[in-house]
Design a protein around this ligand. Structure first.
Ligand SMILES: Cc1cc2nc3c(=O)[nH]c(=O)nc-3n(C[C@H](O)[C@H](O)[C@H](O)COP(=O)(O)OP(=O)(O)OC[C@H]3O[C@@H](n4cnc5c(N)ncnc54)[C@H](O)[C@@H]3O)c2cc1C
Ligand code: SF4
Length: 320
């Protein structure tokens, strides 16, 4: 591993020098340093700087400090009752030990698990711009069917971020407020940039607006093993049904795109429609119309249709 300097952050604005990176729980960054993918000169430890509390907002929402641990966020009674989708998404991720270390800010900025990205000896446009994308012809079974480009088809691995995308969360940084759905970039021809953040821009908190319908929400994750595995597809949803008709819905998909994928086309299609499996499948089909599949990831089309219908039927109280 390359030699680096370590220091605790001295205040907001620390870590702006070239070669500096923020360290939080370290569960992703330190792994990438060991693999030679991340090569910071300086690690600026922000754990003593960013808030690690969950506080009430005047509008009935919550403000989650960037330093709040994933396990604490999942266990918070306000999150469990008002935003169960977030609690479920967190508990579907990683392991108890990892969640005890991982933070809200670090979870959002974890990097793709594309096997070529994780291997410094392989070409990859994300870790070495211009070197190519071997995944297109190689192992792309768990890569993107939506939002990818010729340069990169990596998927974003976070479960938590998918729930936050469905909940209209807003990211607060040292410089501005960014809707969660606008934090991560699609790769285009610059896949080395995962997010819109500038170098040295610190995530300080994530806010959740009051959303009464989120009390009826949930997360469903499909993966190759029953636990301790990243998603191959996931659905975060909140649903408001009256007299069998969808009044309102929030829907986001994970592991299908380079960013948490807010399924707005499906949401639009569903409002005012009967809360039935047929409507749910038809809405998923509309969202999937622009999908581009490769040799080994076409199964995600059927997977996302079924996960979406299953989750929405469950929330609608439809018995199967
Ligand atoms: C074996 C294993 C299995 C896992 N399984 C899952 C899974 O199933 N689902 C899932 O969602 N995740 C999973 N993870 C990933 C895990 O959730 C992340 O590693 C973790 O959330 C990262 O948080 P952290 O605080 O440790 O971040 P760090 O590793 O400290 O940092 C990650 C990135 O965020 C940046 N950063 C950190 N804090 C800030 C801040 N406040 N402002 C700006 N930048 C910041 C760092 O510079 C770095 O680039 C798994 C990880 C491992 C090792
Ligand atoms: S999909 Fe993206 S991360 Fe994976 S090899 Fe291609 S460029 Fe690299």
């Amino acid at each position: 591993m390359k030699t680096f300097e370590y220091r605790a952050a001295t205040g907001v604005g620390d870590g702006l020098e070239p070669g500096a990176m923020f360290l939080a729980g370290g569960t992703n960054l330190v792994d990438l340093m060991k693999l030679g993918i991340a090569t910071p000169d300086v690690l600026v430890d922000v754990r003593g700087l960013v808030p690690d509390e969950i506080t009430e907002l005047p509008d009935g929402g919550l403000r989650i400090g960037a330093g709040v641990r994933n396990s604490d966020l999942a266990a918070d009674p306000r999150v469990r009752t008002r935003y169960p989708v977030l609690s479920e998404a967190l508990l579907a991720g990683a392991s108890g030990q990892l969640r005890n270390m991982a933070t809200t800010g670090g979870n959002l900025l974890q990097r793709t698990r594309c096997r070529y990205f994780m291997d410094a000896t392989k070409p990859c446009n994300k870790h070495t711009p211009g070197s190519g994308c071997p995944a297109r012809e190689g192992d792309h079974r768990n890569l993107a069917i939506l939002g990818g480009s010729d340069a990169c088809i990596a998927t974003h691995p976070s479960d938590m971020a998918v729930a936050l995308a469905a909940l209209d969360a807003v990211v607060e940084t040292s410089a501005r407020r960014i809707p969660l759905t606008g934090l991560h970039r699609l790769p285009g021809d610059a896949p080395e940039r995962d997010t819109v953040l500038d170098h040295g821009e610190l995530i300080t908190a994530v806010t959740l607006p009051a959303l009464p319908m989120a009390a009826t929400s949930g997360y469903r994750k499909a993966r190759d093993r029953a636990s301790y595995a990243f998603a191959v597809g996931s659905v975060a949803a909140a649903l408001d049904v009256e007299d069998g008709v969808v009044r309102d819905v929030r829907l986001a998909w994970g592991a299908v795109a380079p960013k948490p994928w807010r399924a707005r086309l499906a949401e639009e299609q569903l409002r005012g429609r009967p809360a039935t499996r047929e409507s749910f499948l038809a809405a998923a089909d509309i969202e999937l119309e622009d999908s581009r599949v490769l040799r080994d990831n076409a199964y995600k089309i059927g997977l996302m249709r079924n996960l979406t219908a299953w989750m929405l039927e469950k929330l609608a109280g439809v018995t199967r």
